[in-house]
Design a protein around this ligand. Structure first.
Ligand code: UTP
Length: 285
């Protein structure tokens, strides 16, 4: 059973500057909810009970968001705004969220390492806030099932067009099933002719606690950062990593147009917004 999830959310979010000078990118909204809430809900719906949020200086809005807000609740209650009150309370009850700080932004691997003592000695999930996945069953739950079956670390895979492999981390290995690869290596941003496959890693992982020791020994890689994929590559070389082509649609909300796409998708999906969103889209067509 995977009980704990680490949500690294300490990055600078430079692709969203200047707004990220003052607002964490994870707090940017998809309609009425911040991106990070969609990721927390995915984890909770997959049966995860403990969320470890990795934050950094200037990102305390996330902690406040998942905390109770007695003054706001009292105001809403006094005004008889019961639906809004329920909504505000729902968020605070979503999950037990503990936060740890990454004191310097030294990369995703370094951010995961900051969660080591909160996770302890058990397999855990990692969900990146930039990847929002709409799936029939929570994507991280699909990965956890493969972990339960195989005992391997599991990474989420998606197919990308051959011509675009240069933008992604691409996996090499053998297919064990139509939707499952035994990953042997990961190649960063290969040219199409050098790409060992067209399967790229998406921001969902199930990892063994051993990854913390590997991360401690991992030297800075691309961009001078401690890369999570470099640590996972050590497990992959030992044949201990499975890649799952998960069911679901992934949105990259780490850049403005990706966030817009996710917002449109969510608006068309939610009954309260669908009709209005369709009318808006017609006007822009
Ligand atoms: P990104 O590569 O998207 O970096 O990180 P970023 O800083 O968030 O955004 P850009 O590229 O500057 O626009 C992928 C994930 O890793 C986390 C980020 O918060 C994001 O969820 N991360 C990255 C950390 O928590 N700490 C880091 O030092 C780097």
């Amino acid at each position: 059973m995977v009980r704990k999830a680490v949500l690294p959310a300490a990055g600078l979010g430079t692709r969203f500057l200047p707004v990220t000078k003052a607002v964490p990118k994870e707090m940017l909204p998809i309609l009425d909810r911040p991106c990070i809430e969609y990721v927390v809900v995915e984890a909770i719906e997959a049966g995860i009970t403990d969320i470890v949020l990795v934050t950094s200086r200037g990102k305390s809005a996330m902690e406040d968001y998942f905390d109770r807000s007695p003054a706001l609740e009292a105001t809403l209650e006094a005004a008889g705004k019961t639906a809004l009150l329920a909504e505000v309370r729902r968020v605070a009850r979503l999950a037990t969220v503990v936060t740890v700080r990454q004191q310097e932004q030294r990369g995703l691997g370094h951010a995961v390492l900051a969660a080591a003592s909160a996770v302890g000695d058990e397999p855990f999930a990692v969900l990146l806030g930039d990847d929002i996945i709409d799936a029939p069953t929570p994507a991280i739950g699909q990965l956890a099932r493969v972990h339960a079956e195989t005992g391997s670390a599991v990474v989420a895979l998606q197919e990308v067009p051959r011509s675009e492999t240069k933008r992604y981390g691409i996996c090499a290995g053998e297919m064990e099933a139509p939707n499952r690869m035994r990953v042997r290596a990961m190649v960063e941003k290969p040219a199409p002719e050098d790409a060992p496959s067209n399967l790229s890693i998406v921001g969902r992982y199930i990892l063994p606690a051993e990854i913390f020791d590997i991360l401690r020994r991992t030297a800075p890689g691309a961009g001078g950062e401690i890369q999570l994929t470099d640590a996972i590559a050590v497990l992959a070389a030992r044949g201990e990593v499975c890649g799952l082509l998960f069911e679901g649609r992934r949105f990259d909300t780490g850049n403005p147009l990706g966030l817009l796409e996710a917002t449109l998708h969510e608006a068309l999906r939610r009954p309260a917004y669908a009709e209005g969103a369709r009318a808006l889209l017609k006007r822009f067509a």
